[in-house]
Ligand binder design. Sequence first.
Ligand code: ME8
Length: 509
Amino acid sequence: MPPIYLTTPIYYVNDKPHIGHAYTSLATDVLARWKRLAGQEVFFLTGTDEHGQKVEKAAQDAGMDPQAFTDKVSQSFRDLAVTMGFSNDDFIRTTEARHKAACTALWEELVKRGEIYLGAYEGWYAVRDEAFYGPDELVERDGVKYAPSGAPVAWVKEPSYFFRLSKWQDWLLNHYETHPDFIAPASRRNEVMSFVKSGLQDLSISRTSFTWGVKVPGDPAHVMYVWLDALTNYITAAGYPDVNAERWKFWPADVHFVGKDIVRFHAIYWPAFLEAAGIAVPRRVYAHGWWTNEGQKISKSLGNVIDPLALVEEYGLDPVRYFLLREVPFGQDGDFSRGALVRRLNGELADALGNLANRTLSLIQRNCGGVLPPAAERTEADAALFASVDTLVAAVEAQLDQQAFHLALETVMAAVREANGYITVQAPWALKKTDLNRMNAVLRHLHTAMRAYATVLQPFMPGTMALMLDQLGVPADQRDFAALSTPLAEGTALPPPAPLFRKIEEAKA
Ligand code: ME8
């Protein structure tokens, strides 16, 4: 199986992480964990974007030297990764020497190929987005001009190097046509294509009005445009410019996970830079939607920023991980509501999944001496249960390969509901007196089903599913997808079950 490379955006260190940052990295983490369980070699990268005017200004506002400031804030993103259970293989910072070397090498390659020229930039710039905008994209309110993102823009005039982006317009359009999976979901693909069709201008890729960035080789009065610097992180971590590096085998990236706010940079500038430098372009850019908080835009000024650490503290890590990917179709905007989180936690995790495990495992304790009953024949009455169990890995994988995390979880939950129906109808507790063999068979079948559910849910809820697999007596080295085809040995001793999820009173939500 080919190795797989998954990335998150590298986050600006102008402020501490919030739920939006946790969300993108969580999705990436789930896919990375899934592919490892499927036996693939995975490289999962995240990190921080530390240069540019926005970060420089945040450091000044904090009265700190920019490097000391970025050291501090970058650490809070690393702490978030630990708290959220992210399994990233590397954490890149754009202030690292390896990254400056990669940016320098890429710049030199572009110069060598005649893709960069010196000129002067005159136009609108939004520091908050670190982006240039055309006059037709702006709206004016109270004498201030704003970008479509809501960020105020200012007029900038300075000498600048340019990248010949306009030259790549037709190549880009052809690439989108011939690689229909390159940008997802479809709404974003359409948006990007119509933007490119409307005409691309050459891109200003250096600045002279501040110094916090990677210096342009041979012209240190210029620092590189922060987006050229930032996007390069994805090849830095794979070893660029050393194409003999161990990690270069991972390039091109399989999926760049991003939010919809930064799709333009990833789906237009990035493939153009790479193609112009003779480097393979990534396979896919997936731009997910935007979270609001109880119906409101999340913003510092509204004081409604959701701190992922506080949420985890309150509800536990795995319910939060589950909720974020379950509640909202990946790719669409979604609203964060505590009530919705509590309903998912109580209804699906505690009641449907947790109770199923608890009931079945308690019966095995009481009626089977705490020992796994032997593998049993499947009867007609077991067919519906196994119809979903036997196809679960393939069905969930097909959805995850489309980044349809919500559908993947719906598939697992539909299977769990099937098992809940099965236990009610089969009523193994009543079989104790009437048909001991059938009771054993039903409990064994439920055990097999739950092993499958817990195995496929590991990427979403690693900690709790490890506990569930412990309770199911599944050895630690038999928890990948391939191991599902080998039944557990008859007579495996199962520990006494304990509740997997704690219900929350709705009133407290
Ligand atoms: O753009 N809902 O960094 P950034 C969902 N440094 N996702 C959200 C969100 C929300 N309300 N808020 C943020 C940058 N995100 C650049 C990226 S990559 C080479 C450079 C997530 O700190 C989402 O993934 O502004 C979004 O794209 C990203 O955080 C922006 O993070």
